[in-house]
Design a protein around this ligand. Structure first.
Ligand SMILES: C[S@@+](CC[C@H](N)C(=O)[O-])C[C@H]1O[C@@H](n2cnc3c(N)ncnc32)[C@H](O)[C@@H]1O
Length: 324
């Protein structure tokens, strides 16, 4: 029997799902080299024999530390009385880090395509270092778990398509999403894979659903220049289309998207600036790990990614002050 033909959108969704492996493999490699500590990523991805260049490792260092810095600052501002929704979480390990550091919010939600969630759940179920922290923070003997979701008191993972916010909300509400609680939404390298209309829809949904919230987005910027064009072409070659690249023209276009979608205060920095604002002592330690020949390449890489963070603060928790 002939194999059914895949539609273009199926092929491109597959390519988008595959980006999660790229990210986790690079994170695992850099963590194994000592760029930062992550005791849990080893349970999600195998170490590959491929060496990653020092500028890639430093780029990931800036990404992980940069996002964590704002995320931790949000949780501390709320005195942990908050929830986090990691959108397009892939194989991210932040829940386990926060548990280790006694910095868990009231509830930590993760969302990704059902197929990716099923993979993550398989690892969680079969590896005690991943399942133990979930069980330890759960109050009853019964844990709701099926092939597309897991719901415990403090951790929830659910399969959903971020391009359909009403369905996303329905699924999250089923698992005790509390729209009255200060909420942090995180999208690390995710919005760029959605069309401008789709990401705007998601960002608008977040602004209208939560009265006290912050949204952290990490993704490409300055993509209209030559280096940006090469990045786009490299991804296209792997059938990965940056459908939302229009918002990645500049820091201004990144900020405008949030401002026009209902967020009150927005800031954005390219990763070169974030890098220079990270705690100097740890940056010096990290820079001693590997000799870097290609300083210019690192600079170019860092100039082509950014962190944009938006807030609205009806409860006056001081969220607009969360910064580097
Ligand atoms: C580059 S990976 C990043 C994973 C994780 N945020 C990290 O930084 O390690 C992008 C992730 O977004 C997810 N994603 C992209 N578009 C999505 C959508 N429409 N619905 C659900 N997940 C999506 C992909 O499946 C993938 O896991």
């Amino acid at each position: 029997m002939a194999r059914p033909a895949f539609t273009d959108s199926e092929t491109s969704d597959d390519a988008v799902r595959a980006t999660c492996d790229d990210a986790s493999i690079c994170k695992r490699y850099a963590a194994s080299k000592g760029y930062w500590k992550d005791a849990f990523i080893q349970y999600f991805v195998r170490q590959t024999s491929d060496r990653k260049a020092p500028e890639i490792n430093r780029g990931y260092y800036a990404r992980v530390k940069g996002v964590n810095y704002l995320l931790d600052a949000f949780v501390r501002r709320c005195e942990q009385n908050c929830q986090i929704i990691n959108l397009g979480a892939g194989l991210d390990t932040t829940f386990w880090r926060l548990k280790d550091e006694n910095l868990l919010p009231r509830k930590y939600f993760e969302v990704d395509f059902p197929m990716t969630v099923a993979r993550k759940l398989h690892n969680i179920k079969s590896k005690p270092p991943l399942s133990k922290p979930i069980i330890e923070t759960h109050s009853t003997d019964t844990l709701l778990i099926d092939s597309q979701s897991l719901n415990s008191d403090r951790y929830c993972i659910v399969g959903a398509d971020l391009r359909d916010p009403p369905m996303l909300e329905e699924k999250l509400r089923k698992f005790q999403l509390d729209t009255q609680l200060p909420t942090l939404l995180v999208a690390e390298c995710v919005l760029v894979y959605m069309s401008p209309e789709q990401s705007s829809h998601l960002i608008k949904w977040a602004a209208s659903t939560f009265h006290t919230a912050m949204f952290i987005s990490y993704e490409q910027v300055n993509m209209a220049d030559r280096f940006g064009q090469i990045m786009i072409e490299n991804l296209q070659r792997r059938h990965c289309i940056l459908a939302g690249v229009e918002f990645c023209r500049s820091l201004e276009s990144q900020k405008d998207r949030f401002l026009s979608c209902g967020w009150n205060k927005v800031e954005a920095l390219d990763m070169m600036s974030v890098y220079s604002k990270l705690p100097a002592e740890d940056v010096e330690r990290m820079e001693r790990l590997e000799f870097l020949d290609e300083k210019e390449l690192l600079q170019q890489l860092l100039q082509h990614y950014c962190i944009c963070w938006a807030s609205k603060d009806q409860m006056a928790l001081g969220l607009t002050k969360v910064s580097y």
